[in-house]
Ligand binder design. Sequence first.
Ligand SMILES: [Zn+2]
Length: 97
Amino acid sequence: MSTNIRERSTKAPLRAALEATLADHRSHLAVCDVDDPAIDHHRRAADAIVSALDRLDRGTYGLCNSCGEPIPGQRLATVPEASTCLNCTMTTPRLLG
Ligand SMILES: [Zn+2]
């Protein structure tokens, strides 16, 4: 139980940051024209963050979806919603962008 509470408190700032970014993308989506090229970026970014929040709940956040290795903290600091390590991102072109 105490582990859970500690884990929850260390994840809270990350969750708050992800949710803030998600809200930001969603507010852009709300005002984007359907033919605005940016809509695709915001939609994909929002999807990635929803998926990151889901992994946070499942306890798999920070693990590469492709190879299962831990994603380096430096990458997560830059891209908190990253679902793959840099190596897998580079070798799997469809994951780019
Ligand atoms: Zn990987």
